[in-house]
Design a protein around this ligand. Structure first.
Ligand code: PEP
Length: 256
């Protein structure tokens, strides 16, 4: 039985003050998250500069985990603008989103770059949320499976079975991210089942049965229950619907 994992990807939204306000409303009032964090792992990914505020609002033992949205594959040195795994660890960050489609398309991250970051995250005991997904053009051109297989194989190269236990995969069709167009439950389930089959090919059925695969792309409270009811959908990576504490809480409630 895989425990669902619901993660908020705030992208470039919410500085430290807004982060604190959100978390005080979301997690700060007794009863708000009661029972939910036992049923699903809840993760919040604020921008880098808001990570200390998030950690201070939640404390390191909170049931809500903090994620970064990106990370360097290097340890330290002359890498202007970059943030290392150890810096994130020092802030009690537990997860890191890697390979998001915005990083791939806007910042040119390749499968090899993402692979180096996943390796560094695993080495540093940070849990990668490894994003994959096809564009509409690729889907309509019949390339869905080739694209997903290439991204998974490239991203996970050299990641052994032990490290794979810490990896969460997020299937995010690019055409559904931030568009309000959600994949049908059938499209999402079929893609998730395919992703799991690729993990089984690369590792084993046992590893594939354990890996959690989130859906991402216009997920909200109204569609979360149906998506999460699919056998291979184990959670969500949520952008827009995670920016307001009430809507994110409603989504988690719908999902569990
Ligand atoms: C995302 O940013 O990963 C995402 C899925 O965004 P949205 O929920 O807004 O589509």
């Amino acid at each position: 039985m895989r425990k669902p994992i619901i993660a908020a990807n705030w992208k470039m939204n919410k500085g430290p003050r807004e982060t604190e306000d959100f978390l005080n409303t979301f997690a700060g009032q007794p009863g708000k998250l009661d029972g939910l964090t036992g049923q699903a792992d809840v993760v919040i990914a604020p921008p880098f500069v808001s990570l200390p505020a998030a950690v201070a609002s939640l404390n390191s033992a909170s049931a809500v985990a903090i994620a970064a949205q990106n990370m360097s594959d290097q340890d330290s040195g002359a890498y202007t603008g970059e943030v290392s795994a150890m810096m994130l660890k020092e802030l009690y960050v537990r997860y890191v989103i890697l390979g998001h489609s915005e990083r791939r398309t806007l910042y040119g991250e390749t499968d090899a770059v993402i692979n180096a970051k996943i390796k560094k995250a695993c080495e540093s005991n940070l849990k990668p949320i490894f994003c994959i997904g096809e564009t509409l053009e690729e889907r309509e051109g019949g390339k869905l499976e080739t694209v997903l297989r290439t991204q998974i194989t490239g991203g996970l190269e050299g990641i052994d079975e032990k490290d794979m236990k810490e990896v969460v995969i997020a299937y995010e069709p690019v055409w559904a991210i931030g568009t309000g167009v959600v994949a049908t439950t059938e499209q999402a389930q079929d893609a998730h089942a395919f992703v799991r089959s690729v993990v089984a090919d690369l590792y084993s059925q046992e590893v594939a049965d354990k890996v959690r695969i989130q859906y991402g792309g216009s997920m909200k409270a109204a569609n979360a229950a149906e998506l999460l009811a699919q056998p291979d959908i184990d959670g969500g990576l949520v952008g827009g619907a995670s920016l307001e504490p009430g809507s994110f809480l409603d989504l988690i409630k719908a999902a569990v």
